[in-house]
Ligand binder design. Structure first.
Ligand SMILES: [Cu+2]
Length: 278
């Protein structure tokens, strides 16, 4: 099934000759004009390398979006850093929050509204690639990613993330408030549960962040700061108001007293009455 526009009716390049060439090529797609004799069509279409885009910390969240990607060998995963200060660091399935000597973006501080710096990871084989954010306590709050995890098997992204979350709890003195939830049903955690967990952990992290001076890296602690400022302002306003009321009260008191002495007294002192009576 071929066609031609304005083919010559004589010579080598007639439509008929073109059609015959198409038939000779054994059903493979014929290309107009370029079908030189002896040219063989490749059996397997070549894979065109793709770029997979992953946002690092979108909307201030401590996560990569998407959490994991499926990429073919030769593809590139482009990490785009969103505001705050994150990293893209390679680790291993066994130790999600520890570098394994592989790729490392280093810290990427991004101001709100600024352009997203990028970090590219080339997929060289089809083995899973695991990674995390190296910012203090981000990995322990589940900020991990994977390329080609075994989603049908044991080494899937969600198990990897659980490991990351657990690695943060060890240093917390064995606090395991979520133990019950996780084992219930033995299923992968739902996203809803994940969000809850992130929030409680984020709250825990705030005190830590404030303590080690990294509070500004956290949106949550930023809002806490705001509340603190508002609270202080309110307190200040209250004190100011109280002082004002006190000053007014003193003024009124002083004025009343002085009235009693200077202006009020001469008018109503019954001295005149006494005088007229007498
Ligand atoms: Cu991070």
């Amino acid at each position: 099934m071929v066609f031609a526009i304005n083919p010559p009716s004589h010579g080598e390049n007639t439509f008929h000759a073109f059609q015959n060439k198409a038939k000779e090529s054994g059903g493979a797609p014929a290309s107009l004009g370029h079908a030189t004799p002896g040219q063989k069509w490749e059996e397997k279409p070549k894979h065109h390398p793709k770029e997979h885009h992953v946002l690092v910390g979108p909307n201030g969240k401590l996560e990569y979006s998407p959490h994991y990607v499926k990429a073919a060998v030769g593809d590139t995963v482009v990490f785009k850093f969103q505001p705050k200060n994150h990293t893209v660091t390679q680790s291993s399935f066994e130790n999600p929050c520890e570098g394994n000597g592989g790729f490392k973006s280093g810290f990427m501080p991004v101001a709100p509204g600024a352009q997203s710096p990028e970090f590219k990871v080339e997929v060289k084989d089809d083995k899973p690639i695991w990674g995390y954010c190296g910012q203090v306590n981000h990995c322990q709050q589940g900020m991990v990613f994977a390329i080609n995890p075994d989603e049908g098997g044991a080494k899937n992204f969600w198990t990897f993330k659980e490991k990351a979350l657990k690695s943060g709890k060890k240093s917390d003195g064995g606090k395991k408030s979520d133990g019950g939830k996780k084992s219930a049903g033995g299923k992968k955690p739902s996203t809803e549960w994940d969000d809850d967990e992130d929030e409680t952990l984020a709250a825990n992290h705030d005190s830590l962040g404030a303590a080690d001076g990294l509070a500004s890296d956290d949106g949550v602690s930023d809002s806490l700061k705001k509340y603190a400022v508002i609270g202080l302002a309110l307190l200040g306003a209250n004190i100011f108001l109280a002082l004002g009321v006190l000053v007014i009260a003193i003024l009124i008191y002083v004025r009343r007293n002085s009235k009693g002495v200077s202006t009020g007294a001469p008018r109503y002192v019954p001295v005149n009455l006494k005088d007229s009576d007498a």
